[in-house]
Design a protein around this ligand. Structure first.
Ligand code: NAD
Ligand code: GLY
Length: 366
């Protein structure tokens, strides 16, 4: 088993990566589950695929699992569902020292984490991520949130889990499109500061996407280690280190907003195209060779992810896309920091990017 510590003073925890963790969840959580009753929040897809394995493990250890099953999809990250979930948790008599299990992808992790952050001013929770995106990114680092009509993830809290159990076997039931979308966040770590990992991705993406369990476990553990390092250095995104994790997200956010934050373009797909746009924009600014930006695009395309803005068939303009960027929560005193690249593995935060120039670049790409 890979055990990756997330070192945060007073709030540190482990991320464990191993096949079969979901089937022995009770054993792994041990004394964190201090009462017979165990509240679990999940969605109906995940419940159908993994509910019985989790239920069986908990029952064998003498627990009484209690399930709160939400509709799958981004729409569940809402005020209505946070109200319903916290009401349900109160009805289950959850106390501050208890731990709620969040079984699912980033939607369930973000919503359950936020519920845990506000329930009785903060109770415990354990992440059981079941998508690649959640295993390599969203379950680690304590960002929790819901969406509002004003935008995505605008209401939330930093609230760290007490434990994360990432079981690569969970990916066996994940639709291929979701798997690919999560893979974008894996490649991201190579692009940020780890060219050797980008090379590993280039050599192993097909195996990983094709079901190779060893490649999956390696990619998850390596990605989590990268994220844990960054979160330990800059938990609340104040020094700039954690902001590098937003590579591709500013362009991606605009595309998600334009396409309605839904099935048309998944979050990971938007990040994939966003990373390619960040690389091509960096090349256009003379920061990195065009050929290196195209190496990134070729790898992203080979993983079955979108690399062409014109391919989305959007009826929009570069200026309209930059207006979406202005509503990004990363806006800071009227400026929008962009993560750009000086090469593969050489990401940096640029605070002087002209939105007019970005709009012109996007018009060309459209
Ligand atoms: P998701 O949670 O919507 O899951 C994707 C789909 O896969 C859903 O339909 C779900 O029901 C299904 N599913 C999940 N696991 C499955 C499994 N093992 N087998 C079969 N089906 C399964 O999407 P996601 O991509 O995991 O997460 C996206 C969310 O994560 C967004 O809301 C995004 O804002 C958030 N996010 C948060 C952070 C963070 O740091 N907190 C980081 C990145 C993304
Ligand atoms: N996914 C970005 C972060 O956790 O900071």
């Amino acid at each position: 088993m890979a055990i990756i510590p997330v070192d945060l003073a007073g709030r540190g925890y482990e991320v464990r990566v191993e096949r079969g963790l979901l089937a022995r969840v009770a054993e792994e959580c041990g004394p964190l589950l201090r009462k017979p009753r165990v509240p679990i929040v999940t969605d109906s897809n995940v419940c159908a695929a993994w509910g019985s394995a989790v239920e069986a493990s908990l029952r064998a250890a003498g627990h009484e699992p209690r399930w709160h099953v939400l509709a799958p999809g981004e729409a569940s990250k809402s005020w209505a569902q946070i109200a319903a979930t916290t009401d349900w948790l109160l009805a289950q008599d959850v106390e501050r020292g208890d731990h709620i299990l969040a079984l699912g992808g980033g939607v369930i992790g973000d919503l359950t984490g936020f519920a845990a952050a506000i329930l009785k001013r903060g109770c415990g929770f354990i992440q059981l991520p079941t998508t690649l995106l959640a295993q390599v990114d969203s379950s680690v680092g304590g960002k929790t949130a819901i969406n509002t009509p004003a935008g995505k993830n605008l209401i939330g809290a930093f609230h760290q889990p007490a434990l994360v159990l990432a079981d690569p076997d969970a990916l066996d039931t994940l639709p291929l499109r979701e798997l690919r979308a999560g893979y974008a966040e894996v490649v991201k770590y190579g692009l940020i500061d780890d060219p050797a990992f980008f090379a590993w991705c280039a050599a192993n993406a097909a195996a990983l996407l094709g079901g190779d369990a060893e490649a999956r476990a390696y990619a998850i553990a390596h990605s989590v280690a990268a994220k844990a390092r960054i979160v330990a250095a800059d938990e609340r995104e104040t020094t700039g280190a954690r902001a590098l994790l937003n590579l591709g997200h500013t362009f991606g956010h605009a595309l998600e907003a334009e396409t309605g934050f839904g099935e048309r373009l998944l979050h990971g797909e938007a990040v994939a195209l966003g990373m390619v746009l960040a690389a091509r924009y960096s090349a256009r600014c003379g920061l990195m060779p065009v050929a290196e930006a195209e190496t990134i695009a070729a790898h992203v395309a080979a993983a079955g992810l979108p690399v062409s803005l014109s391919g989305l068939g959007l009826q929009t303009t570069g200026t309209a896309l930059t207006v979406h960027m202005l509503h990004d929560k990363k806006m800071d005193a009227g400026t929008l920091p962009f993560v750009l690249l000086r090469g593969i593995g050489r990401a940096f935060l640029a605070r002087d990017v002209s939105l007019g120039d970005v709009a012109a670049f996007l018009d060309e790409a459209l």
